[in-house]
Design a protein around this ligand. Structure first.
Ligand code: MIG
Length: 739
């Protein structure tokens, strides 16, 4: 067994005595003197069990940051029914130790952001949000902490092939997923607070995700512009550079929706300000870019500069919005602005204040907010990594106020990023109630999908990180987070022409589609490597834009079912043992299978196609599934297949920005003789769809005819738009009616 974080203390003898006094224990408990109970409920048709552990002295479970399903009718039961063989004990004042079995051959997925293949089994995964840019195999702490594990056991009894295990605790934890090969998994949680663990099982991944996202919430529809191409760089130095960047995109006819401003737009990194020298008139800049159909996203870090002349700092002091140390002093850490305070986002009043501060951005027409450094990252004391749990609360660097209770930072840290996004998201909703908010975050806890999209932080311009993006994003999706991506081209280091191109070939299928690069790295805008590479990248970005109606429908599907956009092959083909082992291919929705080139110097690869007939995305003879094919993907081609029987709704005009989508014609591409599909349409920006103002059609194609049936009628048909279809037997025009 891997060693414990901490050895039990001698005075645990007392707790042992307490444990003996307990009348009945719902699961095996060796040492515990508090209170514990088990409940059950049906969630999304699955039986869910919940174990609650209240350590001595804790009266109630504080409101969960992740769980939103409050109306559920939990019923107390005597024991856990789950056959996971869960045991747990408290090993000292602030450490719990849980074990459960993993059958031989079972695979593990989820846990948010892990630098790992799809199967997480066989190593230790620490969940403690940290800003470590070395994304290499030995790193086990990353920006995000989502304690939701999926166990895929092909030999499990019917009905329990996939199991979900959600440990709702925002404290530091270490998940050892059978590193010793003895079929045992172990979780250590460093907390003095109550915690709850949810357990449920289903026969398919879709069932499991439906239940987990009912519990922790789902994403609303993103604004359409946020699904287009986003161009970013740390940093475009000034207004003039941004203006020429925008013109360059339009003159070169490379579609793009968003330009992102990194930290240098600010005045000495003071959030809610702009540099008077470099960005003297941000409002005018945003207005001029809007003329060119661009949106602007700005970065906002949590750290507030300690500066008695700075209004945000003054307001924070006056309102008591910042985190404080044990002796009541304001905590000061070093980040980009120098000596800085950290807003206490656990405090509702802080969140309301912070949200309202975004008026600075909305008044200027800024479209969305990028929350970075929210682990929170500190320069001088990067993360309180070397903590001694026995010393809690003495080891706590600072404290939060949650529901008027004081909570140590180390016990809440994993949720800091999520709470910041909540503040930002709720602020944007108040300030611009008619529009869908867009927030992007680096750090988060379970349930983040309700507030923000995520990107996976500082990757490198390495082939390894291109390849890693596929399983990493699959695990994000299986952790409940559908809107995710990585920096296309790689963030750190210099990219190359080939890597950038290959990255775009995969990146056009990432739900979040952004090119971003670090300070002091070479340019990696789509035209940075000459006309030939540029033409290929243009074609790929155009392909992404054409796909938007399909992608928007997938976001609707997420709202309805909890399904992620990027799905492992086992999502659909769980009975195919070969498909279940694959993590260098993925499904986008159920109809597109992406099988990209992930290695330097290669232009072909082996592709496993599951049962059925698969059409190359860009045309050509279909290939039959159930076997491996050797496939060539020259630079600039779209490395994907479409499943026989699918209808993909695609824009067929080459739009330059989603602003033009309203007029773009839509073609329903039918792959096969008998096809089915869904087409969704709304205004792409407002929240009116929540009141039913959208249309959705079920499409079916057969014998040269495309028929549509309205599933939902909520707005008038867009008469500016032409609809047509293309099939193996030729093309035609079609009318979508609401009758
Ligand atoms: O300490 O804002 O991950 O995307 O460009 C680095 C500058 C801070 C880290 C982010 C990266 C961003 C950079 N930030």
């Amino acid at each position: 067994m891997p060693e414990l974080f901490f050895q039990p203390l001698d005075n645990w003898e007392l707790a042992r005595q307490g444990a003996k006094k307990m009348v009945s224990a719902p699961v095996a408990i060796d040492i515990f003197a508090g209170k514990t109970y088990v409940e059950k409920a049906i969630v999304a048709d699955l039986l869910m069990e919940r174990l609650t552990v209240l350590p001595l002295g804790c009266k109630a479970v504080p409101e969960s940051i992740a769980v939103v399903l409050n109306k559920i009718d939990w019923q107390i039961q005597e024991k856990l029914l789950s056959d996971l063989n869960l045991h747990w004990q408290q090993t000292n004042d602030s450490c719990f130790d849980l074990t459960f079995s993993l059958s031989p051959g079972a695979r593990c997925y989820g846990l948010g952001e892990r630098y790992s293949g799809l199967n997480l089994r066989g190593r230790v995964h620490t969940l403690f949000t940290s800003d470590d840019s070395r994304h290499i195999e030995s790193i086990d702490m990353m920006y995000k902490a989502i304690p939701f594990l999926i166990i895929d056991d092909p030999l499990a009894p019917p009905g329990s092939r996939f199991r979900g295990l959600f440990l709702d605790s925002t404290a530091r934890q270490k998940w050892s997923l059978d590193p010793d090969g003895d079929n045992t998994a172990r979780i250590e949680v460093l907390t003095r607070l109550p915690w709850q663990i949810y357990m449920f099982a289903g026969q398919t991944l879709p069932e499991l995700l439906a239940a987990f996202t009912l519990l922790t919430g789902r994403s609303q529809l993103p604004p359409r512009w946020s699904l287009g191409h986003q161009q970013s760089r740390w940093s475009y130095p000034d207004e003039a550079t941004i203006r020429s960047l925008a013109v360059e995109f339009r003159e070169r006819r490379i579609p793009c929706d968003t330009i992102v401003l990194d930290i240098d737009y600010m005045d000495e990194y003071r959030v809610f300000t702009n540099s008077k020298e470099r960005f003297p008139d941000l409002k005018q800049l945003v207005a001029d870019l809007a003329e060119l159909n661009f949106k602007v996203v700005t970065i906002v870090d949590p750290a507030v500069k300690k500066d008695p002349g700075y209004s945000v700092y003054k307001e924070g002091i006056a309102g008591k919005y910042f985190c404080e140390t044990a002796d009541g002093q304001i905590f000061i850490g070093k980040v980009w602005p120098g000596a800085s305070t950290l807003p206490d986002f656990a405090n509702e009043a802080t969140r309301a204040w912070w949200g309202e501060k975004h008026r600075f951005y909305t008044d200027m027409g800024i479209a969305g907010i990028w929350n970075d450094m929210n682990e929170p990252a500190l320069f001088d004391n990067q993360t309180p990594l070397a903590i001694d749990a026995r010393a809690l609360p003495a080891a706590e660097p600072f404290f939060h106020k949650q529901d008027k209770e004081q909570v140590g930072h180390l016990e809440l840290r994993n949720a800091y990023g999520s709470l910041m996004c909540r503040a930002t998201h709720e602020g944007l909703k108040k300030l611009r109630p008619h529009e869908r908010p867009f927030v992007l975050t680096r750090s988060c806890y379970a349930g983040i999908q309700r507030y923000a999209a995520v990107w996976l932080g500082d990757n490198m311009s390495w082939w390894e990180h291109l390849a890693g993006s596929v399983p990493m994003l699959l695990n994000m999706g299986l952790s409940g987070v559908p809107f995710a991506g990585v920096d296309i081209g790689g963030f750190g280091g210099d990219t190359t022409a080939e890597l950038l191109l290959r990255w775009y070939q995969v990146g056009i299928f990432y739900p979040f589609f952004r090119n971003h690069a670090a300070l002091d790295t070479r340019a990696q805008e789509p035209w940075a490597f000459g006309p030939e590479v540029e033409a290929n990248i243009r074609h790929l970005i155009e392909t992404r834009y054409k796909l938007l109606p399909y992608i928007e429908q997938l976001f609707c599907e997420h709202r309805e079912t909890g399904a992620p956009l990027m799905r492992p092959l086992s999502w659909l083909f769980a009975d195919d043992p070969v498909a279940c082992e694959i993590d260098d291919q993925f499904l986008l929705g159920n109809n597109i299978l992406v099988a990209p080139i992930l290695k330097r110097g290669k232009s072909s690869r082996f592709v496993y196609l599951p049962v059925g007939l698969w059409f190359p995305y860009e045309g050509g003879e279909p290939l039959s599934g159930g076997k491996i094919h050797h496939v060539s993907w020259p630079l600039g081609t779209v490395p994907a297949f479409v499943r026989e029987g699918s209808i993909l709704p695609l824009y067929d005009d080459p739009v330059q920005s989603t602003v033009e989508c309203d007029k773009a014609a839509v073609t329903f591409m039918c792959f096969g003789d008998h096809c089915q599909g869904i087409y969704y349409e709304d205004d792409g920006i407002s929240n009116n769809y929540l009141q039913g103002q959208y249309n959705q059609w079920q499409l079916s194609y057969s014998a040269g005819k495309l028929e549509s049936r309205a599933i939902h009628k909520g707005m008038s048909v867009n008469h500016k738009r032409r609809y047509g279809f293309v099939s193996v037997n030729g093309a035609g025009v079609c009318t979508l009616s609401l009758d």
